[in-house]
Design a binder for this molecule. Structure first.
Ligand SMILES: Cc1ncc(COP(=O)(O)O)c(C=O)c1O
Length: 408
């Protein structure tokens, strides 16, 4: 079976050669943000060195070059997710993409007789915008619960995926549990009931092939920085027919067609949703990132991340007092949340950091999920294409150290 050439691949990521607190860096926090390969760093600096100008305006050569860089990035992203480029809106991140859907799609359409459905496992980015819409429109907001194993509860799906629900907001992969939700099946079920589906793809797009033509989601948001790209650029895919009907989210320059002192007409999609000067350098970096992921191979990345998750879940199950959350490891993607009995996750994270191991500790922007798990916080290790089994072993050794200190 073909696998990733890890020693070679790790050399693509300059930061992995750094030492932290006297130890080689073991970066197990890619769910928060991934590291960047040299090609992405180079694409950003090449853009600034040789193509920097504003887009869609200049009649001069550099302006045309910058526009090519920016629109070329849109086409590359569209190819990467198998979507119509007219549906690919560049935003700052997943959070902004979801707010765009909430304010420009849901808010003008919903009223007191309607319902939005989300799930208990949502990141605050796919929860708070819907609370806002509820408060603005008077619609209801209800939640699909989860089972003890961290899967969506079938009874509550059946009860909520019907009238008066108008919109389902759901994460593709949970950033705490790693659960991969059956988005394609849920989209089919929702569409049979005339329900529009908005997917938070922040943790899915980095790790697996996401084919929007196949998934059929109406809206799908993700962030460049979690998939080897730069911070400051993300994507909202929207079905072009829906984007056409929607009012703009932000207004001003670039998103207009004709402006008089009295009124304004809008530019074509997707430009209608890109007010002001966009993150052109970010688009250049994101294009390099999707090129890098595609060249490496999403299937290989997925099976690598899965293998590490399985290996880590097994190794962590041997650590005394450790409890993992979520479904069986083979249903999780690149993420393991756990607690050590009686030891606060922040203490776990701090001692691991002393050993050079970077993990995240806290509520992971999922406070309702923490409540449903009956904990205030967890420690989360997350893996990506550049991690190897030695790093998982370093995590396990670090946890041995935590136990030694706290249980001495
Ligand atoms: C599932 C999920 N949704 C949304 C977000 C928000 O991403 P961003 O901060 O890039 O907007 C994250 C980030 O951690 C996430 O994991």
């Amino acid at each position: 079976m073909e696998t990733l050439d890890l020693p070679r691949l790790r050399r693509d990521f300059p930061i992995l050669a750094e030492r932290v607190n006297g130890h080689p860096l073991v970066y197990l926090d890619s769910a928060a943000t991934s590291q960047k390969p040299e090609v992405v760093i180079d694409a950003i600096s090449t853009y600034y060195r040789s193509a920097n100008a504003n887009v869609h305006r200049g009649v001069h050569a550099l302006g045309e070059l910058a526009t090519e860089v920016y629109e070329g990035a849109r086409q590359s992203v569209a190819d990467f997710i198998n979507a119509d480029p007219r549906g690919v809106v560049f935003v700052r991140n997943t959070t902004e993409g979801l707010n765009l859907v909430a304010q420009a799609y849901a808010r003008p359409r919903l009223g007191p007789s309607d319902r939005i459905v989300a799930t208990v496992m949502e990141h605050h980015a796919n929860l708070v915008p819907w609370q806002q819409v509820r408060d603005q429109t008077g619609c209801r907001l209800e939640f699909i619960s989860i089972t003890d194993q961290g899967r969506l509860d079938e009874d509550s799906i059946g009860r909520l995926l019907q009238a008066p629900t108008r919109l389902l907001a759901i994460t593709h992969v949970s950033n705490v549990l790693g659960t991969i939700n059956p988005v394609r099946e849920l989209v089919e079920r929702a569409h049979r009931e005339g329900i529009v589906v908005c997917v938070d793809g922040a943790q899915a797009v980095p790790h697996m092939t996401v084919d929007l033509a196949e998934l059929g989601a109406d809206f799908y948001a993700f962030s460049g920085h979690k998939m080897c790209g730069p911070t400051g650029i993300g994507v909202l895919y929207g079905r072009p027919e829906l984007l056409e009907e929607m009012p703009p989210f932000l207004t001003g320059g670039s998103m207009i067609s004709v402006v008089t002192l009295e009124r304004t007409t809008w530019n074509e999609i997707p430009h209608k949703f890109e007010a002001g000067t966009p993150d052109i350098a970010g688009a250049a970096g994101l294009r390099a990132a999707v090129g890098y992921l595609a060249k490496t191979g999403l299937d290989l990345i997925r099976s690598h991340d899965q293998e590490l998750t399985d290996y880590a879940a097994e190794a962590l199950s041997e650590v005394p007092g450790l409890r993992q959350y979520g479904p069986p490891a083979n249903e999780r993607l690149g993420i393991i949340s756990f607690n050590l009995d009686g030891i606060h996750p922040h203490d776990v994270g701090t001692i691991l950091d002393r050993e050079g191991v970077a993990v995240r500790a806290g509520h992971h922007c999922c406070q309702p999920l923490m409540r449903s798990l009956g904990v205030a916080a967890t420690t989360r290790a997350s893996f990506y294409l550049y991690n190897d089994k030695d790093e998982v072993d370093a995590l396990v050794r670090g946890l041995g150290e935590v136990n030694r200190i706290f249980r001495a």
